[in-house]
Ligand binder design. Structure first.
Ligand SMILES: NC(=O)c1ccc[n+]([C@@H]2O[C@H](COP(=O)([O-])OP(=O)(O)OC[C@H]3O[C@@H](n4cnc5c(N)ncnc54)[C@H](OP(=O)(O)O)[C@@H]3O)[C@@H](O)[C@H]2O)c1
Length: 278
């Protein structure tokens, strides 16, 4: 069965790599971003099985337009990859521009949510959703509060929907792709070093040393999570860099009833502390 894969933010960076990896599997890729020129260049290179739609996810109504176009183009969407995101305002939360903060929540959280809302009820032959998480979802990312808050919310939203959609054979996972040398990362070193804080020098060094993640690796994780092998895996946040994801299906029986690869509250006993009897 030829699968139809809808990918946001496919014009460059990780989204482009995800498009290439799914395309290699024989899938029809439905690609969206604001920049039609870059999408057209990718279609010209790949040739067949590529459809394009330009949309701005900061505009309300855009996710619904993307979904309407997708279902005009193909009868089923088998895979949705919510990849598009922006860095948003950098600097202390209380100094951030409020409109920019809200725009970040829209692009990084509300629009992916709206796309899931539009697509899931029509995943009538089952499906897989992969949402891009990342820095700030599992620990503070000071000076990137909008980005971090949106990405954390996306992880818990995904886990909720994974439970709600389990009976529909629709699985929902997030991935943490690792630090990649893309425009999004370069936003950090283009910003004011004082606003960025500690992360500035770290990112500068990673870029200079070439110690960043090759986007084709997290792209292959997306393909894996959408594959039949990964059918038993849902509601998880998987790291492309740190988790043994190529073999994750071998552990699915243990993984699913557990809270492994999820966001949970840490209590004193998790840190070998006993605050109840002392
Ligand atoms: N790079 C990293 O180190 C890193 C680390 C962890 C997680 N991630 C996550 O990985 C994903 C991909 O990031 P990336 O590094 O590949 O970033 P990127 O190179 O900046 O690409 C972002 C993509 O999103 C699209 N986009 C941005 N704003 C949009 C909007 N308003 N409406 C529609 N599309 C929009 C861009 O296309 P247009 O500009 O043409 O619209 C582009 O295709 C993101 O979810 C990011 O949070 C990245």
């Amino acid at each position: 069965m030829k699968r139809n894969v809808l990918i946001t933010g496919a014009s460059r960076g990780l989204g482009e790599a995800i498009a290439r990896e799914f395309w290699k599997t024989g899938a029809h890729v439905l690609l969206t971003a604001r920049g039609l020129g870059a999408l057209e260049a990718l279609r010209n290179e790949l040739g067949e099985r590529v459809s394009l739609f330009a949309a701005d996810l900061s505009a309300s109504g855009a996710p619904e337009q993307i979904a309407a176009w997708a279902f005009e183009t193909v009868p089923y969407v088998d895979v949705l990859v919510n990849n598009a995101a922006i860095t948003g305002p950098i600097g202390k939360f209380w100094l951030n521009d409020e409109a920019a903060w809200e725009e970040t929540m829209r692009v990084n959280l509300l629009s992916p949510a709206a796309l899931m809302r539009a697509v899931i009820p029509r995943m009538t032959r089952g499906g897989a959703i992969i949402n891009l998480s990342g820095g700030g979802a599992t620990a503070p990312r000071a000076n990137f509060s909008a980005y971090a808050a949106a990405k954390t919310a996306l992880v818990l939203l995904s886990e909720n929907i994974a439970v709600e959609a389990a009976g529909m054979d629709v699985r929902v996972n997030c991935i943490a792709p690792g630090v990649m040398n893309t425009e999004l990362l370069r936003d950090v070193v283009r910003a004011d070093a004082g606003d960025v804080g500690e992360e500035f020098a770290k990112v500068e060094r990673m870029i200079a040393d070439g110690k960043t993640m090759d986007p084709s690796i997290p792209a292959r994780l997306c393909v894996y999570l959408a594959s039949d092998a990964a059918r038993g895996i849902t509601g998880r946040l998987i790291s492309a860099q740190w988790d043994p994801w190529t073999r994750l299906h071998e552990f699915a029986g243990e993984l699913q009833p557990s809270d492994v690869y999820t966001l949970r509250r840490i209590v004193p006993k998790d840190r070998d502390k006993d605050w109840e009897t002392t």
